[in-house]
Ligand binder design. Structure first.
Ligand code: NDP
Ligand code: HSE
Length: 453
C-alpha cells in the first residue's frame, strides 16, 4: 500500500506488505531419505518458495549418532539426538518422520499429532501396522498426515489414487512396489552375479530397508499393498490377511526357464476385486514378456491399475533411492504447507471409503491361476509318470512338460522337471504338491511360481 491506502501496482499485480512466511520443519532421521530432503530443500529452494508462497525452513534434525558423517550439508547446531523433544518442539509446524521402524515411529508421530503438528512420513511399515490408530488421531486433532513416499518412493501413486482416480471404481492393481527385489530379479535374470552380491549393491545404494529381509521376503511390498488396498478398495487390511512369498527361493534355472517360456520373473503385489471379496497377495510371478510390467528395470517401480471408468492406467518411476523418495516427501511438505496457509489442515480424507463394505479377503486356497512347477528328481524310469499321475489325481492339468539337466550336474544325477499347468485351484495344486512330497520322489523342495494372466 502507498501512504493513502492504495495498492502499489507492479507488472505482475498488486503486492501488499509482502513478507515471506516461514514454515518450520523438524526432520526425524537424516539417513538416505532425510539427507535427500535436506538437499532438495536447499537445491530447489527458490522454486519451492514460489510454488508454496512460503519458505520451508529446517529447524532441527534428530539422529541416533551425532558424530556420523552425513550425505547432506546441514548446520551441526540443528542436529539433536532426542527425536521426541523435536517432534513436540515449539516452532516446528511439520514433523517429517524418516526414522523408519514401527514402535518409536508410532510414539513420535502420535506425540507430534498430539502437539498439533502436521506430519509427513515415508514409513510404510508404520502405516501398515498402526495406520488406523494414526489416521484416527490425525482426524480427531484436525491435522494432516501425508505419506506419498511410503509407497513406490518417487511415483505419485497415492495422489493418483486419492485424487486423480477419486471418482472411479478400482477393479484391480498389480504392482512392482519393491525396488530392491526388482533390482535382484533383473540382475539374476541377466546371470553372472550371486543373489548376495546383488543384494549388497542394493544395500550400498541405499535402496534396501534397514532389515533387508523385508525386501526379499515380500514384507515391504505387503506393507505397501496394505496401504494401496485401503485406498483402492476402501477396506482396512490386516497384514496377516495378505499372502506373502519372497524371492529368496528362486534359482538361476527358474529365470532361464521363464525366458525360454516367454516370461520374466517379477515380484508382484496384487489386489483384485472379486464378487466374494478381494484377493491380496505378494509373490514372485511369471509375467508375460509382452506386458509393460515385464519391462520394468532395476529399482524402478510400476503399478498397473484397472478401473471401471478409466480402464487400464499405469504409474511408473523410481520406487526407491535418496532423491526420488525425497522428492515425494518434499512435495508432501509443500502440500501440507499450502494447507497450513489456507487454514485447511485435516481436510483431506486419509482413507478413501469406496463402495465396498467390510471386505472379506479371499483365502489363497480359492485362487485360480496357471502355475509353473519345478520338481527336482532323479532321472529314473517311471518318475515322470508318477509325478503327472499325482497332479492329475488332484485335478491339476498339465499344459506343458519338460525335463532339463540341472546346471553343473555332469553325472545327470538330478533333473529339473518343469510343468506348466492349465488354470487350476490353488488348493488342488497345494494338495498335489504335498502328495508328491510324500511319494519320495523329490531331491529338493518344489518351486512353485504363479503365472500372471
Ligand atoms: P536410514 O536407515 O538411512 O535412516 C534412518 C535415520 O533415522 C538415520 O538418520 C538414523 O540416525 C535415524 N534414527 C534411527 N533411529 C533413531 C533414534 N532412535 N533416534 C534418532 N534418530 C534415529 O533409512 P532411510 O532414510 O533409508 O529410510 C527412512 C524411511 O523412509 C523408512 O521408513 C523407509 O522405509 C522409508 N523409505 C525409504 C526409501 C529408500 O529408498 N531408502 C524409499 C521409500 C521409503 P543415524 O543416521 O545417526 O543412524
Ligand atoms: N526398500 C524399499 C524398496 C524402499 O526397495 O523398494 C522403497 O520403499
Amino acid at each position: 500500500m502507498d501512504g493513502r491506502g492504495r495498492a502499489l501496482l507492479v507488472p505482475h499485480g498488486p503486492i501488499v506488505n509482502y513478507r515471506m512466511r516461514e514454515i518450520g520443519v523438524g526432520l526425524l532421521g537424516l539417513g538416505n531419505v532425510g539427507a535427500g530432503v535436506v538437499r532438495l530443500l536447499e537445491e530447489n529452494a527458490k522454486a519451492i518458495e514460489a510454488r508454496l508462497g512460503a519458505k520451508l525452513v529446517i529447524r532441527g534434525a534428530a539422529v541416533r549418532d551425532l558424530g556420523k558423517e552425513r550425505r547432506a550439508e546441514i548446520d551441526s547446531s540443528l542436529l539433536c539426538d532426542d527425536p521426541m523433544e523435536l517432534a513436540t518442539r515449539e516452532g516446528i509446524d511439520i514433523v517429517c518422520e524418516l526414522i523408519g521402524g514401527e514402535e518409536l515411529a508410532r510414539e513420535l508421530v502420535l506425540a507430534a499429532i498430539g502437539a498439533n503438528k502436521q506430519v509427513v512420513t515415508a514409513n510404510k511399515a508404520l502405516l501398515a501396522v498402526h495406520g488406523e490408530e494414526l489416521y484416527a488421531s490425525a482426524e480427531s486433532n484436525g491435522v494432516d498426515l501425508y505419506y506419498e513416499a511410503a509407497v513406490c518412493g518417487g511415483i505419485p501413486i497415492i495422489r493418483a489414487l486419492r485424487e486423480g482416480l477419486a471418482s472411479d471404481r478400482i477393479e484391480s492393481i498389480a504392482g512392482i512396489v519393491n525396488g530392491t527385489s526388482n533390482f535382484i530379479t533383473c540382475a539374476m535374470a541377466q546371470g553372472g552375479q550371486s543373489f548376495e552380491e546383488v543384494l549388497a549393491t542394493a544395500q550400498a545404494e541405499g535402496y534396501a530397508e534397514a532389515d533387508p529381509t523385508l525386501d526379499i521376503g515380500g514384507g515391504d511390498a505387503a506393507h505397501k499393498l496394505a496401504i494401496l488396498a485401503m485406498l483402492c478398495f476402501g477396506t482396512r487390511v490386516e497384514l496377516d490377511d495378505i499372502h506373502v512369498e519372497g524371492i529368496e527361493t528362486l534359482a538361476e534355472i527358474d529365470y532361464a526357464m521363464a525366458k525360454q517360456h516367454g516370461y520374466v520373473i517379477k515380484s508382484l503385489a496384487m489386489g483384485v476385486r472379486r464378487e466374494m471379496g478381494i484377493e491380496l497377495r505378494v509373490h514372485p510371478a511369471m509375467v508375460p514378456q509382452s506386458w509393460l510390467l515385464a519391462d520394468v528395470p532395476d529399482t524402478k517401480n510400476a503399478v498397473y491399475v484397472r478401473s471401471y471408468a478409466l480402464g487400464p492406467s499405469m504409474y511408473y518411476g523410481a520406487g526407491a533411492g535418496m532423491m526420488p523418495t525425497a522428492m515425494s516427501v518434499v512435495s508432501d511438505l509443500i502440500e501440507v504447507g499450502r494447507n497450513l496457509g489456507a487454514n485447511a489442515t485435516g481436510s483431506m480424507p486419509l482413507r478413501i471409503q469406496r463402495d465396498l463394505p467390510a471386505t472379506a479377503v479371499i483365502p489363497m486356497a480359492q485362487l485360480r491361476s496357471h502355475y509353473y512347477l519345478r520338481f527336482t528328481v532323479a532321472d529314473l524310469p517311471g518318475t515322470l509318470g508318477k509325478l503327472t499321475t499325482i497332479l492329475g489325481q488332484h485335478q491339476v492339468s498339465i499344459a506343458n512338460l519338460s525335463q532339463t539337466v540341472m546346471p553343473g550336474d555332469d553325472e545327470h544325477e538330478q533333473v529339473a522337471v518343469v510343468a506348466r499347468t492349465h488354470e487350476a485351484l490353488e488348493e488342488h495344486v497345494q494338495s498335489a504338491l504335498q502328495a508328491i512330497a510324500g511319494a519320495g520322489l523329490l531331491l529338493a523342495p518344489t518351486q512353485l511360481i504363479r503365472i500372471a494372466s
